[in-house]
Design a protein. Structure first.
Length: 239
């Protein structure tokens, strides 16, 4: 098989595999704006909750202990048997949110505290299906909440893409700042470790090692002998 035939075969195989996916994408065009909006809202929330650079600690880049939720937001919720399911925020009242489990009846809807460990950002614990038409996080079961206060948000995809560009530009700058800060902390830690090593070496040099009386007598000089005799004479006088 010549190289030209191989290229033609690969191109045909790619087209055959891509056509079904393109058809699925066209079929779900009406769902794309909501998918973009949900993921963008989540990224913007993380960026807004980032820890100031001057108070960054290891593993505490974001203040996720103070969660924020919006009407219509996709979330992960743990049910009463300990299983994480896809859900949607349908109402907000003070420090509580009312969630509906996708694909379940309204009898299972419930109020949950915002800071409860049973509720988390979408796709924190749930898993994306490989058969999902989108690569970005999207519910495996369609959000089907009926009694809700979710406002309609008809926003063109072009506006959402513009928001995406601005948001990820902020994310890029933030990552550059944190990378510089990490390098600075690493250098400081290395310097502290180096100085501690030098100090420990100096301390070991200045330590006085205990030796036996026989060792001292073996290395005794004439000056040491005079001093020892005077001390012994002084002790005898005191007695």
């Amino acid at each position: 098989m010549t190289a030209r035939t191989q290229r033609r075969t690969r191109r045909l195989a790619f087209q055959q595999n891509a056509q079904p996916r393109v058809r699925r994408m066209r079929y779900h065009e009406d769902k794309m704006p909501e998918m973009l909006r949900q993921n963008l809202d989540q990224v913007e929330m993380l960026v807004s909750r980032r820890t100031p650079l001057e108070s960054v600690e290891e593993g505490k880049t974001f203040r996720l202990q103070e969660p924020e939720f919006k009407l219509g937001q996709w979330v992960d919720v743990k049910d009463t048997v300990g299983q994480w399911l896809e859900a949607q925020v349908t109402k907000i009242q003070g420090s509580k949110v009312f969630v509906h489990f996708n694909g379940w009846g309204t009898r299972w809807d419930e109020w949950i505290e915002k800071d409860s460990p049973r509720i988390s950002q979408f796709r924190t614990y749930t898993v994306q299906s490989p058969l999902n038409p989108f690569l970005s996080p999207y519910p495996c079961i369609e959000a089907d909440a009926e009694d809700h206060e979710i406002p309609s948000r008809p926003v063109p995809c072009t506006d959402l893409i513009a928001r995406y560009i601005k948001c990820f530009d902020r994310v890029r700058k933030m990552l550059v700042q944190y990378l510089q800060l990490k390098v600075k902390f690493t250098m400081q830690a290395n310097m502290v470790g180096y100085y501690n090593q030098l100090i420990s070496q100096e301390e070991r040099k200045t330590e006085i090692e205990a030796v036996s009386y026989t060792h001292l007598r073996a290395h005794e000089t004439s000056l040491h002998l005079v001093c020892r005799l005077l001390l012994e004479k002084k002790k005898k006088k005191k007695k």
